[in-house]
Design a protein around this ligand. Structure first.
Ligand code: UD1
Ligand code: UDP
Length: 370
């Protein structure tokens, strides 16, 4: 503790979803007199990260600026590991906070381990128990759990997973998900956007798709399914803010660009995106974070993945796992569009991911370290 009576907490993140879930924590830490807050971004994502930093008005103390086009896992791991070593040497934190399951989080937790600096893991304990799905995120999150001293779990289920792996009860704190903290600041009933206007008087489907393991044939099959749905229902419109990954963008444009009821757009500012999904009829996604946000908004989600580490949303009835098979996705969409009972079942709002005060709970734990 090099500043008298204060803990230096270094918060590190690099991708869009980490930024959305860590910026509320940065804001909260900065209100605490006992915490000296430092922020390091790896910029594993560049534009998509900067969008979030701007919205939340967070200025990093360190920026590794590692992103390169079509980067490999080796690139991200090596650049983060070595870059973060220099940051640790300069900053000398008492604790490093990492988030979730990205390669930024994995490599920065390993760099911290090498200097024996304690790690706090935010969104700890999510599991599919299949290290190839999602890939490489399931491996990353399990590896971080081995390194972390403090585990901040969003739900009791996540805590249970960690207990089953032998993590000590007193090292796990159930806080809720900081993503809900963010959502509480963005969704407004008077939010106005041209996209919401464009979808007036139609049933709006919002899609996102980017997962590494879905790129190629699975993604082709997902896109064929949604294309058939929009072609078939004259009152359905689709908005797809495409991830910046050039491989995903190329495929989306090849397969989806020539229907006027489909809008392929740039990644949206997070407040605009949250309000867009709030206006949607239902959502199709392979994203992790959207599975947590949708139950809060009472929006049905078809999850285009074979596994999910978010069973709470399945239990709440808001999520349905449909995989990547064209026919299964097509019929699941048709069921939601044609069967009001099924739609009602899935759109009952129940939020298992906390009350929007997760960041405050984490800050309380860090202050108690003093
Ligand atoms: C990463 C995370 C994944 C998370 C996702 C969120 C890993 C291994 N994967 O995957 O867990 O779900 O972020 O979106 O950590 N790109 C840009 N600009 C940007 C962002 C990305 O051009 O702002 C392009 C680059 O060409 C980059 C590519 O997208 O090489 C892929 O980015 P990368 O971080 O490697 O993988 P994601 O699929 O985004
Ligand atoms: N999101 C956003 N703009 C978009 C699409 C998504 O701000 O155009 C937000 C979304 O609300 C969620 C997060 O990005 O909070 C999810 O990020 P992503 O799907 O990239 O990653 P994952 O959650 O799968 O790791």
């Amino acid at each position: 503790m090099h500043e008298q009576g204060k803990i230096t907490a270094l918060i590190v993140f690099g991708t869009r979803p980490e930024a959305i879930k860590m910026c509320p924590l940065v804001k909260e830490f900065k209100t605490r007199s006992k915490i000296n807050t430092k922020v390091c971004v790896t910029a594993q994502h560049r534009e998509m990260l900067d969008q979030v930093l701007k919205l939340f008005d967070v200025e990093p103390d360190y920026d590794l600026d590692i992103m390169q086009r079509e980067q490999s896992l080796y690139d991200i791991t090596a650049k983060t590991l070595c870059g973060f070593q220099r940051v640790l040497e300069d900053c000398k934190p008492d604790i490093v906070l990492v988030h979730g399951d990205t390669t930024t989080a994995f490599a920065s937790s390993v760099a911290s381990l090498y200097m024996q600096i304690p790690v706090g893991h935010v969104e700890a304990g999510l599991r599919t128990h299949n290290i190839y799905s999602p890939f490489p995120e399931e491996y990353n999150r399990q590896a971080i759990s081995l390194v972390a001293k403090y585990h901040f779990s969003p739900t009791q289920m996540a805590r249970y997973n960690l207990r089953m792996e032998g993590r000590a009860s007193e090292s796990i704190y159930v806080t809720g998900n900081t993503g809900i903290d963010a959502l509480k600041t963005t969704v407004r009933c008077d939010f106005h956007s041209d996209y919401i206007d464009w979808a007036q008087n139609s049933r709006l489907l919002v899609m996102t798709a980017h997962r590494r393991e879905n790129i190629g044939d699975p993604m082709r099959s997902m896109f064929r399914a949604v294309r058939r749905v929009v072609d078939m229902y004259g009152d359905v419109k689709l908005i797809y803010p495409i991830h910046k990954n050039p491989v995903v963008r190329k495929l989306a444009h090849e397969m989806l660009s020539d229907n006027p009821r489909i809008k392929l757009i740039e990644p949206m500012e997070v407040d605009e995106f949250h309000n867009l999904i709030n206006a949607a009829f239902f959502i199709l996604t392979d994203s992790g974070g959207i599975q947590e946000e949708a139950p809060s908004l009472g929006k049905p989600v078809l999850v285009m993945r074979d596994t999910t580490e978010r069973p709470e949303g399945l239990e709440a009835g808001t999520l349905r796992l449909v995989g990547t098979d064209e026919q299964i996705i097509f019929y699941a969409c048709r069921q939601l569009l044609d069967d009001p009972e099924e739609y009602k079942k899935m759109s009952t709002a129940r939020n298992p991911y906390g009350d929007g005060s997760a960041s405050a709970r984490i800050a309380d734990v860090i202050e108690r370290m003093l």
